[in-house]
Every structure is written in C-alpha cells, then in structure tokens.
Design a protein around this ligand. Structure first.
Ligand code: IPE
Ligand code: IPE
Ligand code: MG
Length: 234
C-alpha cells in the first residue's frame, strides 16, 4: 500500500552545513533546493498529499539573520516553482500563522495558492509558523465562538466536527497522516500534526534533509508498505 498522506519534518540543515564548516544558512539553501525533486517523487509514487514542515512556532526564537534567510528562501521557492507546480498539476497550501509573515510574503503566498487552486493532482502543503498546539487552540476558540453565537450546539462537538476547524480541513479525508518521516535522526515530533498523526506510521531516517533524495522517499514508502496497521483492532 502506498501512503496517501506523507508528512515530513525536514530537519538537519544546520548540522549538514556545520559538517562542511559552513554557516547554518548554507544548509537551508541546500535544503530548500531539495524540495522540488521530493515533490516530483511524491507525485510519481502516487502519494496524494505531501505536507512539509518548513518553520515551527518555536523557530521564531532563532537569530534574525537566520530568519531573514529562511523567509528569502520561501519567497524564492514560490516565485521560482509556481510554474513548475502548475505544469505538474499540484495544489498548494500554506498553513500556520500566515499573518505573522511580512505583508509582501503573505500576498505572494495567497497569489501562489490561488494560481494552483484549480489543479487536481498532489496536495502540497507547507507548514509555516506552524505549531500543532496553536492549531488545536485556534480550532477550540473558533468552536467556542460558534457555540456562543448559536451557530453550533455543544452536543454536536465530536472528532469529525473538530477536524473541520483544524488548518488541514481543506484536505478532507486526506488530512489523516499515513506516514510521518523525520530526517536527521532526531526522534521527536516537535509540535507537528499532533491530531492528524494520531495513527500515522513513524519513520526516523538517519539522513540530513539537504541529502534527502527521491530514492530515500521511495525507501520510506517501501518501508511503510511492510507495516501492519491495526488501528486498535486485532
Ligand atoms: C530544519 O533544519 C529547518 C528548520 C527548522 C527551519 P534545522 O535548522 O533545524 O537544522 P539542525 O536540526 O539544526 O541541524
Ligand atoms: C522542527 O525542527 C521544525 C522544522 C523542521 C521546520 P526543529 O529543528 O525546529 O526541532 P527541534 O528543536 O529539534 O525539536
Ligand atoms: Mg533541527
């Protein structure tokens, strides 16, 4: 079985650069250049949704010099890749606290999403200033508001309804993560898709993100296909 939804924690850029005696941002530059081929690889493998962790709510604590480069790289990616994504029938979404980004970048995000909205292929989602706890709190606030305004009754709240308020709502049934990959060897979830990954298969790979290749992705999919998922059954 091919995983329908693959989520990746793209980790290890800093260590990749350090191993080469270069500044951390060198790793981010190389790391961002890997995304194109991984998106192609995901489409080729028949994956329906690919969700990439690009920047967490906790990453704001990094030095300004590093943040500036990360925002430049996101901007560059969008400007450079939208045409390609269009040619590959990819739908694009950026989820997270988009309102914290520079206004110009927010506009670029919105126009890139709009450009690709009618496509019918892979759902490519970037998580930017994303934190799963923030997402869940945000959903809760909006549910409470809807109850207060009489749009919703408290008795109607269940898991399915809750999912409609998460930032991944646009993915519908695909929002549930099948395979969660973290590169760089770290074995933690770092506030990523806590709800959506409730029954995900986890794969921690000893490759740093700037070295991650299409072959690594196929390897991960192959590993997934051998897993036995029970969802609590027998
Ligand atoms: C992942 O690489 C990219 C972001 C978190 C933005 P890191 O920058 O975390 O690289 P390491 O983990 O320090 O090697
Ligand atoms: C998680 O990586 C966030 C992204 C890959 C964007 P971090 O490097 O920020 O996570 P920790 O600090 O190792 O948990
Ligand atoms: Mg890291």
């Amino acid at each position: 079985m091919i995983p329908k939804h693959v989520a990746i924690i793209m980790d290890g850029n800093g260590r990749w650069a350090k191993a080469r005696g270069r500044p951390r941002v060198f790793g981010h530059i190389r790391g961002s250049s890997r995304i194109k081929s991984i998106v192609e690889g995901a489409s080729d493998l028949g994956i329906r949704a690919l969700t990439l962790y690009a920047f967490s709510t906790e990453n704001w604590t990094r030095p300004d010099t590093e943040l500036t480069v990360l925002w430049k790289l996101l901007k560059k990616y969008l400007i450079k890749e939208v045409k390609n994504l269009e040619a590959n029938n990819v739908r694009l979404k950026v989820i997270g606290e988009i309102d914290k980004l520079a206004p110009e970048l927010q506009t670029l995000v919105k126009s890139s999403e709009a450009c690709l909205a009618k496509n019918t292929g892979l759902f490519l989602t970037f998580c930017v200033s994303y934190g799963s706890q923030r997402e869940i709190v945000d959903a809760t606030k909006r549910i409470v508001n809807d109850v207060i305004s009489g749009k919703l009754m408290a008795t109607e709240i269940n898991e399915a309804l809750f999912e409609n308020y998460l930032w991944t709502d646009f993915l519908g049934d695909l929002a549930k993560v099948d395979l969660l990959i973290r590169t760089s060897g770290e074995q933690r979830i770092s506030n990523y898709l806590l709800w959506q990954a409730a029954y995900a298969e986890f794969l921690f790979m000893d490759v740093l993100w700037p070295d991650f290749s299409k072959e690594n992705l196929s390897q991960a999919v192959n590993d997934f296909s051998k897993r036995q998922r029970r969802f609590g059954g027998i």
